[in-house]
Design a protein around this ligand. Structure first.
Ligand SMILES: O=C(O)CCC(=O)C(=O)O
Ligand SMILES: [Fe+2]
Length: 237
């Protein structure tokens, strides 16, 4: 796991966050402009290398809808995921394109659709949460396989806002949690080298107690990474 923390003021992420909207749900405030790139902290096992990351985010009003989860072969709303989300294509805004490029540079992975899913922007209001789950598919019927590019091998998640209280991302078996800090990001592998899901990645978005939480997910698939992140029969290699 690699965790990228934001700086204390100064610098710039490149694209800038753009303007601010109104309150709550539609047009909820987008994170403000500013900040730079600084690395610290860590997490998971074996002290992974920290990697530089920076980005901007457009002011575009995103078409937020109630978030869904994989439910059999389909996707459906569920009480265990209370948030709104939207998918942003890289072609929807130059900043998204730039962000994709940076995620690719930081991870070294091919994040181009369909090897990477479109960027998913998620908004949690007070009480919003996502109970413990895996990002990768755990059943062959999962809609995750609809892209025909294999399972979600890795997750890159960016915190687009801070919150006043609550909202941490908790890794249940790995036994640590990450606070919601604007412009921080986290990367982890969901699958072992042999393609099996890593149960240590079980994670949750804790309920937001005070504030308005925004994150962006980039899910990267197995295909497209064959010569970058090689598979082996030894899951730990
Ligand atoms: O909001 C969080 O902290 C976690 C979000 C998450 O795990 C997801 O969207 O899959
Ligand atoms: Fe997740």
């Amino acid at each position: 796991m690699a965790i990228v923390t934001p700086p204390r003021g100064g610098g710039g992420w490149g694209g800038g966050w753009g303007g601010r909207g109104g309150g709550g749900g539609w047009g909820a405030p987008l994170p403000p402009r500013g900040g730079g790139t600084q690395l610290s902290g860590g997490g998971g096992r074996g002290g992974p290398p920290m990697v530089p990351f920076g980005s901007g985010f457009p002011a575009a009003i995103v078409m937020l809808r109630r978030s869904v989860v994989a439910s059999g072969v389909k996707q459906a709303t569920a009480d265990y995921r209370i948030s709104k989300s939207a998918w942003l294509k890289d072609s929807s805004h130059a900043v998204i394109e730039k962000l994709d490029l940076r995620i690719s540079m930081v991870t070294g992975l091919n994040v181009n659709h369909p090897f990477g899913e479109y960027l998913q922007v998620v908004n949690y209001g007070i009480g919003g949460h996502y109970e413990p789950h895996f990002d990768h598919a755990t059943a062959p019927t999962s809609p995750v396989y609809k892209l025909n590019t294999g399972n979600r091998v890795a997750t890159f998640m960016i915190y687009l806002s801070s919150v006043e209280a609550g909202g941490s991302t908790a890794f249940i078996y790995a036994n640590f949690s990450l606070p919601v800090v604007e412009k921080a990001a986290v990367f982890w592998w969901n699958l072992h080298r042999n393609g099996e899901g890593n149960v240590d990645t079980l994670h949750a978005g804790c309920p937001v107690l005070v504030g308005d939480k925004w994150v962006a997910n980039k899910w990267i698939h197995e295909y497209g990474q064959e010569f970058i992140h090689r598979c082996t029969l030894n899951r730990d290699e």
